[in-house]
Design a protein around this ligand. Structure first.
Ligand code: PLP
Length: 353
């Protein structure tokens, strides 16, 4: 606490990102990064973009990237917003669409950044409990409220809901914006982006951080009706007009255009996930059905916190959340086959009874 802080800053409860330790080399399965490199085309485009033009500001409208995304998804450019990571877009979206005089609905177990944004904007969240199996209960997202946000697949549970369920959410709540945070959708889900033309209250947010191996570049995008996108642009242009730099724009466009590499790398992650799920079940773990690049697991007898600490000592980092309902679970990112083999070998050692 400092006497120099504004009341706003003094009251914040900042997000705590997964650790990025420097003390030794770990097998890092704690922040859902992709184990494979970005598209070689993206890396070449970025190297190319490091030139004298960097003295110039980047395009504030990020037109090249908006057009690449519009082409890929069959949308109009005015239905697309791009930002400096989807976290930034989420921050803009909370400000643009959620009325602080009413509660905003999201699952009791979901991306912990939502609570942080709510606090920042003076919004009171109303947490809707997942059911016993951690499924989102769509029918409970009704009543007086200021908007809805859900991750799909959900994080950290990895569980997907269907497009039919998303439609139900949209139809139940035509007066409020429904944000679907699709950070992990490319690992086995069907994107709600196909609903954008039919539902003016839908905002779909995606990122290059997970399925395109570009967490370090900080690029995210949103799809929605022209009126929602205009709302995001009003907010963005009240903070910072140049959110994406020239190098990021070049890399992002080349990544979006490299469909072949994208499909190939995602298939590898999914194949590894399916193999590891079987091994974990053999080791007596409960594994939630994952449509993401991570698994959410709980051992039949050994407490998650203990396993988390023992794995760390073995040089394997996973994510442990000391929160209600999930404090006996670990969230484990899908790494390369070699990394996952090392993880499973460590678990075999730790779980022998
Ligand atoms: C990783 C993640 C994000 C953040 O993505 P960035 O684009 O890297 O900011 C947003 N939402 C969820 C649910 C995530 O897991």
């Amino acid at each position: 606490m400092s006497k120099y802080w504004s009341p706003l800053t003094a009251a914040l409860e900042p997000y705590i990102p997964g650790e990025q330790p420097k003390d030794k080399k770990y097998i890092k399965l704690n922040t859902n990064e992709n184990p494979y490199p970005p598209s070689p085309n993206a890396m070449a485009a970025m190297a190319d973009a490091i030139n004298e033009d960097l003295r110039l500001y980047p395009d504030p409208n990020c037109e090249s990237l908006v057009v690449a995304l519009a082409t890929r998804h069959g949308l109009q450019p005015n239905q697309i917003f791009v930002g400096n990571g989807s976290d930034e877009i989420l921050a803009f979206a909370f400000a643009s669409f959620f009325d602080p005089s009413k509660p905003v609905l999201f699952p009791d177990i979901s991306y912990s950044f939502y609570k942080v944004y709510a606090k920042f904007y003076g919004i009171t969240p109303k947490l809707i409990p997942l059911d016993e199996q951690f499924n989102i209960k769509v029918e409970e997202y009704v009543g007086e409220h200021g908007g809805i946000i859900i991750p799909n697949p959900n994080a950290p549970t990895a569980i997907l809901i269907s497009l039919e369920n998303i439609k139900q959410l949209l139809e139940q709540n035509p007066e409020q914006v429904v944000i679907v945070d699709e950070a992990y959708i490319d690992f086995g889900g069907q994107s709600a982006v196909v609903l954008v033309d039919s539902y003016p209250n839908l905002l779909v947010i995606q990122t290059l951080s997970k399925s395109r191996s570009l967490a370090g570049l900080r690029v995210g995008f949103a799809f929605g009706s022209a009126e929602l996108i205009e709302g995001l642009n009003r907010t963005k242009n009240s903070f910072n007009s140049y959110t994406l730099d020239r190098v990021a724009l070049a890399g992002a466009v080349a990544s979006i255009e490299d469909e072949t590499y994208f499909v190939e790398m995602n298939a590898k992650v999914i194949a590894t996930r399916e193999r590891v799920v079987k091994q974990l079940e053999e080791l007596h773990f409960l594994v939630t059905p994952s449509a993401a690049n991570f698994v959410f697991i709980s051992h039949r007898s050994i407490p998650a916190k203990q396993l988390f600490e023992q794995l760390r000592a073995e040089g394997v980092l996973v994510r442990y959340f000391d929160s209600p309902r999930i404090d006996n679970f670990l969230r484990v990112s899908i790494g390369t086959d070699e990394e996952m083999d090392a993880f499973v070998t460590a678990l075999q050692k730790l779980t022998v009874q």
